[in-house]
Write a protein that binds this ligand. Structure first.
Ligand SMILES: *Cc1c(COP(=O)(O)O)cnc(C)c1O
Length: 406
């Protein structure tokens, strides 16, 4: 929908000006001002290539290494275990593809265990390893909340498993997996485990030692850092064959000239996230609970998706029976509320998300998904405005939908 279309209609001009409320922090977050301040000098003043020998290079290299130390400190890791990448998706790729190739090379392991509720950065990667590279892909079962049980992992883990990849906190439905318990099982058998923590980082205090994972992916723009930069925690002595080849940057695991300002910004963003986490989470969960209580109470045939308690503090997600999720998003946007359906198809034939189908939801429900994710700047008044606007919109769309006749 274009802003032009909104401005053409007098009724909507008012709405557009009155409300433009961002409730999609699982998709991206604004860059924190303190993060922006930390980044700025590295665009213009300290522009050297960290790989250069001279003063300018050393100045930039020092910033990259300080960022690495800061991130390691936040994650209970050592600096040599932090690899900078260009995004969360790239971290996922390096972890899963890199580990699969390395484990096959070393011990002929060709079995991959993952879940049907991964972000596409993991899901498409394991699928490609199966279809193009001869790996055997097996999905762990998930419960009605999209969570993996340690027992199911223990039952399916094999000596020829190359890598296990389980999402930490689900981007679509907010459920949190018992990663420490899953990692303990893998460690016992000496099988590397990766967790996609891109969505988790903003709200879960991640200590890689305590968690026991071998590989863990982060993406800065989900925790008030800049877009286009990420990191992968790689536990010492975890073999990886890098999918990208080139220069020797990042311990030979990720070639390419460092994006110094973005790396500096990501480290600052992670420090702030850790410092403010208790306060942020208290704020988030108050707003989230109001959304869940409000929509569940006011909208008939509504179900919360994801775990009722083991879920991200900022994450409310629903399905509404007989509602077209894409039309719902468009109507909410028109009314000034930016939400998401989790992983809706933006063009062409709408299909229910694989994550929602994996929960066992029928198509009639899964097509009507809505994800509402709050952030540091979200105010309770904005949530009240949303709760006033959303129920009648949902009801209107349900009445208009052909499926609603039943
Ligand atoms: C956003 C997200 C990604 C992708 O991160 P980018 O930095 O946008 O590439 C991967 N996994 C999860 C769970 C995410 O939420």
């Amino acid at each position: 929908m274009s802003h032009l279309a909104i401005r053409e209609s007098g009724a909507h001009v008012k709405m557009h000006i009155m409300a433009n409320i961002y409730l999609d922090h699982a998709a991206s977050t604004p860059v924190d001002e303190r993060v922006l301040d930390a980044m700025l000098p590295y665009f213009s003043e300290h522009y050297g290539n960290p790989s250069s020998m001279h003063y300018f290079g050393q100045r930039a290299e020092a910033a990259v290494e300080a960022a690495r130390e800061a991130m390691a400190g936040c994650l209970g890791a050592s600096p040599s275990e932090i690899v900078f990448t260009a995004c969360g998706s790239e971290s996922d790729n390096l972890a899963v593809r890199g580990s699969a190739f390395a484990q096959r090379e070393r011990r002929g392991a060709t079995h991959i265990l993952s879940t049907p509720v991964e972000h596409s950065a993991v899901r498409k990667t394991v699928e490609q390893l199966q279809t193009l590279h001869g790996f055997e892909l097996e999905y762990l079962p998930v419960d009605e909340y999209g969570r993996v049980s340690p027992e199911d992992l223990a039952a399916r883990l094999r000596s020829d498993t190359a890598v296990v990849s389980v999402i930490f906190a689900n981007n679509e439905i907010g459920s949190i997996n018992p990663i420490a318990d899953l990692a303990a099982i893998c460690r016992q058998q000496g099988i590397p485990i990766h967790s996609d923590a891109v969505q988790a980082t903003s709200q879960i205090d991640i200590d890689t030692r305590r968690l026991g994972v071998d590989l863990l992916s982060l993406g800065a723009h989900k925790f008030y850092g800049p877009k286009g930069v990420g990191a992968l925690f790689v536990r010492e002595d975890t073999p990886l064959i890098p999918p990208l080849t080139g220069g020797g940057q990042e311990f030979g695991l990720r070639p390419g000239t460092h994006n110094v300002p973005l790396i500096v910004g990501m480290a600052r963003a992670l420090e702030i996230t850790k410092e403010d986490m208790l306060e942020d989470n208290a704020h988030f969960s108050e707003l989230r609970d109001r959304i869940i209580e409000g929509l569940s109470g006011m909208v008939p045939d509504a179900r919360l998706t994801g775990h009722p308690r083991e879920r991200l503090p900022n994450h409310a997600s629903f399905v509404f029976r007989g509602v077209d999720g894409n039309r719902l998003l468009a109507a909410l946007d028109m009314a000034g509320f930016a939400c998401s359906s989790g992983s809706a198809c933006k063009t062409g034939l709408p299909e229910p998300s694989e994550c929602l189908l994996a929960l066992g939801l029928e198509r009639e429900w899964a097509m009507g998904s809505l994800r509402v994710t709050v952030g540091r700047h979200t105010r309770i008044a904005e949530i009240e405005a949303f709760l006033e606007a959303a129920p009648p919109i949902i009801e209107r769309l349900r009445a208009a939908a052909p499926e609603a006749s039943s």
